[in-house]
Design a binder for this molecule. Structure first.
Ligand code: ZN
Length: 424
């Protein structure tokens, strides 16, 4: 253990309000990656660690007990969805997100900005995307209607549920996230896509920085106002798309920010990331951030992306993908991904993955899951989700163990050699 940083949150009286801290453990030779430990009021997170996504205060189709059993250390919910339904006041009155959903461990909420601004362009929900080569600030996905409009003060958007008009600003996002009560919150940022022009990316980074200042000020005010509640950490979000100068400037700017003694407790790395440059971009950002604060890479779960992110200094990850694709029958294994609905699985009386220790693989066969999917039984989603979340959580756990043993580079080569050659 080499460095430790207590939460920079200062109560109005000037005393540090403890409960959130980050400790760096072992580093990867010649790389930015490291092991570490985040302590929160609801327990620790060993890093690198994968945070399971429960968008609407539920990991779809599975009980919290199953999420604990796959080894998940934390759950991330979405401020936009919980704002619309059931409303943050309900979650607050229930005692906060963890209490409401019966998850005793650490919780995260994202700011809502990503979902709100995705309404603006209608692009797919996983952040790593392929660059399309066209730059146009007005482009929207085919078949989509623009449902969100961004200005310097915030975003006006139309609910995807009932068409109601709402407005998010940095202050509104902070109020919602304080009511939701997660241990880790994210500052409200503007999401751009790889299709935006360079000029737009520049102005967007400036806007996100200005919003970060407002988030810190409102966070400080709410922390003082709600001092009877457990401390909630706030992470600033680094944007800047694929541009090195913008990413470094954005990260350095957020790292230096302090509003009345309040600085960020950690950082999120967000926005448009070309898959092939993910490690490079993450590395620029990590180099420009303080070493003693945690870094969360938003929206990543493919094995090759997790290794690249860890090597480039990311400590935690989240992604909805393992559970989303599970509901369509896609199964992750160390030999690649396959679909259990294919005819080859109809008479396969073997586990989803040979040797897997998850509940699904120790009790059921591919043939049974094949049947459940074909019969459109709800249990199909439950069992497939348990396996995929186990796979992803345990993969990141094994990466952490490889760093602790000083064997990250060899493990990465070996693991990805097998995974990528077996990918179907
Ligand atoms: Zn399994």
């Amino acid at each position: 253990m080499t460095t430790a940083s207590e939460a920079a949150a200062l109560a109005p009286g000037g005393e540090a309000r403890s409960g959130f801290s980050f400790t760096v453990g072992r580093r990867i030779d010649d790389r930015l990656g490291r092991t570490g430990r985040i302590d929160t009021p609801h327990g620790p997170i060993d890093t690198p660690g994968f945070v399971v996504v429960g968008t609407k205060a539920t990991v779809k189709a599975v009980l919290p007990e199953s999420i604990a059993a796959v080894g998940a250390q934390a759950v991330l919910a979405n401020a936009y969805h919980l704002f619309l339904q059931p409303g943050p006041d309900i979650v607050d009155a229930a005692g906060g997100l963890g209490q409401f959903m019966n998850w005793p461990g650490p919780t995260f909420t994202d700011s809502g900005g990503f979902q709100v601004m995705s309404l603006g362009v209608g692009f797919k929900k996983v952040l790593a995307m392929d660059a399309a080569g066209v730059a146009d600030d007005e482009v929207i996905a085919e078949g989509s209607t623009r449902l969100a409009h961004v200005d310097d003060d915030g975003v006006t958007f139309v609910s995807h549920l009932n068409g109601d008009r709402h407005r998010f600003t940095p202050e509104v996002s902070m109020r919602i996230q304080h009511q939701l009560g997660a241990d880790v919150m994210f500052a409200f940022d503007e999401l751009t896509t790889l299709k935006n022009t360079r000029a737009y990316q520049e102005s967007s980074v400036d806007r996100t920085h200005a919003w970060a200042i407002r988030c810190l000020a409102e966070h400080r005010r709410l922390t003082a106002e709600r001092e009877h509640k457990p401390y909630q950490a706030l992470f600033g979000v680094v944007q800047g798309a694929q541009y090195e100068d913008l990413r470094r400037a954005a990260a350095g700017g957020l790292a230096a920010l302090e509003v009345d003694g309040q600085s960020f407790d950690g950082y999120g790395i967000g926005g448009a990331l070309e898959k092939e440059n993910l490690g490079t971009i993450c590395g620029w950002v990590s180099e420009s951030l303080p070493e003693d604060k945690p870094r969360h890479l938003l929206g990543i779960s493919e094995p090759e992306d997790l290794f690249a992110g860890v090597a480039a200094g990311a400590d935690t990850f989240d992604c909805v993908n393992p559970s989303r694709v599970a509901r369509n029958g896609a199964i992750y294994t160390a030999d690649g991904r396959y679909n259990v609905t294919t005819a080859a699985c109809r008479r396969a009386f073997t586990p989803l993955e040979e040797g897997c220790g998850c509940y699904t693989c120790t009790h059921y066969t591919r043939a049974y899951l094949h049947h459940l999917f074909k019969a459109k039984e709800m249990l199909a989603s439950t069992l497939a989700t348990i396996h995929n979340e186990w796979f992803t959580v345990r993969l990141v756990d094994s990466i952490r163990a490889s760093i602790a043993e000083g064997a990250f580079a060899d493990y990465r080569t070996e693991y990805l050699g097998r995974y990528l050659s077996g990918r179907r």
